[in-house]
Design a binder for this molecule. Structure first.
Ligand SMILES: [Zn+2]
Length: 243
């Protein structure tokens, strides 16, 4: 389902909540108010389906205009869509970059507001990190993300109810070339190309110049290997499931 269709459905279902009921009278049994509830996936997602030759490229920690633009240009040249897990404070600093990512057809996702390790953090602080990032992205782009990636993967199943409250599903990854350690762009590209499999969710960081410089070789190498590309929601479907 397209997100726009999904939102229409959600709006329609919410509207039905406001059908006035006659006080003291029974509700007509032939037209009971219909309330559709939604739940997010319970499992943390690490990879997509392994059939076919599809995979998903994700970029974390941006936006950072100069390096993010380099990445966007390479994606655009090849008509490849990716998912950007954005840090809220960077969204507030560079809202035009966020609009550009959106306008070029990529998926926007939540990566917290200040990028802390969340696992042992008090619940109210975790909520604030997620809420502030969600608000920043929505303010900059009009898009309400449906995926959340915890910084450093630091998040526990016990905290999953928090992301559910925000109608976010937790997305981790299956392929990490450790580009943030800056081993050199050719090493980053080689690691991605040798470790990719159908279903891979590839973790990269568009804030590093080396990563941006590795992107052309990564994309061309994956295309040569007959991979096709999907955003997280294209790959895994809308994570909001009717109960
Ligand atoms: Zn990160």
């Amino acid at each position: 389902m397209k997100r726009s269709d999904f939102l229409k459905l959600l709006t329609a279902s919410t509207a039905s909540l406001f059908i006035p009921q006659l006080s003291g009278e029974e509700v007509d049994p032939f037209s009971p108010p219909k309330v559709i509830q939604y739940e997010t996936n319970r499992a943390f997602t690490t990879a997509g389906p392994g059939f076919g030759r599809r995979l998903s490229i994700t970029f974390d920690d941006g936006p950072n205009p100069s390096t993010t633009n380099m990445v966007l240009n390479e994606l655009k040249k090849r008509d490849i869509k990716a998912t950007f897990f954005l840090i809220g404070k960077n969204v507030d600093a560079f809202p035009d970059s966020v609009k550009k990512i959106r306008d070029e057809g990529h998926e926007l996702a939540n990566h917290s507001y200040t990028h802390p390790a969340l696992k042992n953090m008090p619940e109210e602080k975790v909520r604030s990190e997620i809420a502030r990032c969600q608000e920043s992205i929505e303010k900059a782009s009009g898009i309400k993300p449906v995926w959340f990636r915890p910084p450093y993967g630091s998040f526990s199943q016990k905290q999953q109810h928090i992301t559910s409250d925000f109608q976010l599903s937790v997305a981790l990854w299956s392929l990490d070339p450790f580009d943030w350690k800056r081993p050199g762009s050719s090493v980053v590209a080689q690691r991605v190309l040798t470790q990719s499999n159908p279903g891979s969710v590839i973790l990269l960081h568009d804030i590093h110049k080396q990563t941006a410089e590795a992107v052309p070789a990564i994309l061309d190498g994956l295309l040569e290997r007959d991979y096709t590309f999907a955003t997280m929601s294209e790959f895994l479907g809308d994570p909001l499931l009717p109960l």
